[in-house]
Each structure stands twice: as C-alpha cells, then as structure tokens.
Design a protein around this ligand. Structure first.
Ligand code: NAD
Length: 324
C-alpha cells in the first residue's frame, strides 16, 4: 500500500488532499496544529503538532513515504496577508516549517516532496494593469513580490530547488492562484474573496447591500479546489520539477465576482465600496507552461465552482443562525 504524508492536513487544501489520497487507496498521515474545522479528517493517522519543531518533524517522518505534500503555512486572505500586521510571523513560521520538513525528508531518505508556492511571488510591477497582468512562470525575476508572504514563498521555492540540485531531492513546486471551495475559511478574517463575498451575499436581505474592498475593479482568477488537487497530483507524479502555475485563466473583476454570486443566490444587492487591503491591481494564471509540460490545465467554469461554494457557505450561515 502506498503511503503519503500531508503537512497542513487540518487546512483547506490539505484536508481535501487527504480525502483524495484516501479515495485512491493510500495510507495517509496528516499533521497540523489543528483538526479540519468543517469536516472530519479521513486520514489513517492524524498528528496534532507544530512543524516549526524539528523534533516533531523527525518523529512524523518515521517511514518511507511515497509522497509528501507540504501545505502547512501561516497564511490567510488579503485581510491577513496584506495588512502588514502579521509579516514577522508569516515569514518566520512558514520558513521554519519549510526548512524543517525539507531537511528531515532528505535525512530520512524520503525523496518526493511537493511544495505549495503562490502567485504572490510574481512582481508587483507586472500586475498594475487589471486587464493585462503578466504571471508567466519566467516573469518571477527580477523579483518584487508585494508582500512578505510572497517573499517567503520565493525563498522557500529556491531552497526546494537547491535541495533538488545539490541533494537529489525529487521536489515538485506549484504556484497556486486563489484556490476556493467548500470546507475552507469563510468567516474568521483569513477567508479569501470568493468565500467572503458568498458569506456577505448569503447573509444579506434581498434588495440590501454588501461591502466590497476598494473599487472592485481589481481583477483575479479563482480555481476550484478539485482542479487544484487534480493538477497537484498530476505534477507530483510527473517527472518535472516546476515551478508551474496551477490556476484558472478565467479572469474577472471583484465586481463581476460579486455579480456572479448574486445571480447564483437570486438576490439583487447594491455594492458599497469601502477601503480595505487590496493586493495587486490585476492577476491571472498563465497556463501555457502547464499545458506544454503536463498536457492538462484547469477547465471548470468559475460559475460552477462558485455555485458549490455558495451552497456550502449558505448552509454554514443557516447553521450559525439556528445556533444563535
Ligand atoms: P490553510 O491556512 O487552510 O492551511 C494551512 C494549514 O497549515 C493550517 O491548517 C494551519 O493550521 C497549518 N499550520 C500553520 N502553521 C503550522 C505549524 N507550525 N505546524 C503545523 N501546521 C501548521 O491554507 P490553504 O488554503 O489550505 O493553503 C495551503 C498551502 O497552499 C499554503 O502553503 C498556502 O500558502 C498555499 N497557497 C494557497 C492558496 C489558496 O488560495 N488557498 C494560494 C496560494 C498558495
């Protein structure tokens, strides 16, 4: 039986990865500071522990895992990453987790490790025009990410690549672009735009209004979780290191995203634009490289993923209302 280790298995992407690996018949160990918040883990073994602790890392890498997925990070949406208030924690905690896990796997002769980098590594100067952002993989340098979160991701990418070159580690690196879907953060200030907008729309009375950070003309693309997992597995099991974008090419403005959610909900709401942390002006995945190297790229229309996410968040909102 194949064995996998999922670091950050209590988080959004990690908990979905555990489920997928279990469905495929793997024996799975998950590790996190916490259990998944919104559903039961399906991992065979779940260790509650802190991956900043080198000793814990040595304990959990106690067998020959076929695949290791490193998702653990101190992260959140714009309200967490772009305010500047958490920069020291974000850089220190995530770098330490990556230093520990990569070196432990090497020392324990576990060779194949996936690292979840981010579109936040791309230079700010290529993302000023909301209609024409450049996020091709080879545009990462000269580097100028707009957040310390992005700088840590870039540092860790380079460290994984160095272990590949110098120590023969089979690393795989993806740069995720805004992953969304059910069982993710939706009301704890770490949620991303799709979940936040679904929540605001679900809670608003028809004819009311919702708040949007900024003028809503900033653009992004959003990738549904199932396609993120599919792309990650395809990369992991390919013979290619990356880094590669895993994201959608269906770019929309935040105003368009809100309109789509309102139409799914069947509500007409006014948009009230308020100041808030925004990030870059435009961002879109560039999928030319993933198509060339893996012969695959995401294809699910945004609206379909949003519908599933809205239905789940509406259920969460109703449950909260019942409890209060
Ligand atoms: P998440 O916050 O839901 O999951 C991260 C998990 O790591 C959390 O459960 C957290 O408790 C855990 N963790 C943090 N510090 C830890 C520690 N010291 N020891 C053990 N566990 C610890 O985030 P996610 O959305 O699932 O993202 C997974 C990975 O993908 C992260 O590395 C993130 O930076 C990257 N990524 C995500 C997105 C996205 O849109 N979700 C985009 C780009 C990159």
């Amino acid at each position: 039986m194949k064995k996998a280790l999922v670091c950050g298995a209590g988080g959004f992407i990690g908990s979905h990865m555990v489920k997928r690996l279990k469905d495929e018949g793997f024996w799975v160990r998950g590790v996190d500071l916490k259990y998944p918040e919104f559903w039961e883990t399906t991992a065979d073994d779940f260790v509650i522990g802190d991956l900043r602790d080198q000793y814990l890392c040595r304990q959990i890498v106690d067998r020959k895992f076929d695949e290791v997925y490193q998702f653990a990070a101190d992260m959140g949406g714009a309200g967490y990453v772009f305010t500047g208030e958490h920069d020291a924690d974000i850089m220190h905690n995530s770098a330490q987790i990556n230093l520990n896990m990569l070196d432990t796997c090497w020392k324990r002769n576990v060779r194949r490790i996936f690292y979840s980098s981010s579109a936040c590594i791309y230079p700010e100067f290529n993302q000023m025009d909301p209609d024409n952002p450049n996020c091709a993989e080879d545009s990462a340098y000269p580097a100028q990410p707009d957040s310390e979160y992005g700088w840590e991701k870039l540092f860790s990418e380079r460290m994984y690549l160095a272990y590949h070159r110098n120590k023969g580690m089979e690393v795989r690196i993806a740069r995720y672009h805004n992953i969304f879907g059910p069982y993710g953060a939706w009301n704890d200030s770490r949620e991303k735009a799709p979940a936040a907008i679904c929540r605001k729309v679900a809670m608003a009375e028809d004819g009311g209004e919702i708040e949007i950070w900024g003028d809503g003309k900033q653009t992004r693309s959003f990738l549904y979780i199932d396609e993120c997992i599919e792309g990650t597995l395809r990369l992991m099991r390919s013979d290619w290191t990356g880094p590669v974008n895993i994201g959608s090419e269906e770019m929309v403005s935040i105003n368009q995203l809100a309109d789509m959610v309102m139409s799914i909900a069947g509500k007409r709401l006014a948009k009230k634009h308020v100041p808030g942390p925004l990030g870059v002006r435009g961002r879109n995945s560039d999928n030319r490289l993933i198509r060339e190297k893996l012969g695959w790229s995401p294809s699910l229309p945004l609206r379909e993923g949003l519908k599933k996410t809205y239905d789940w968040i509406l259920g969460q909102v109703r449950q909260l209302e019942c409890e209060s």
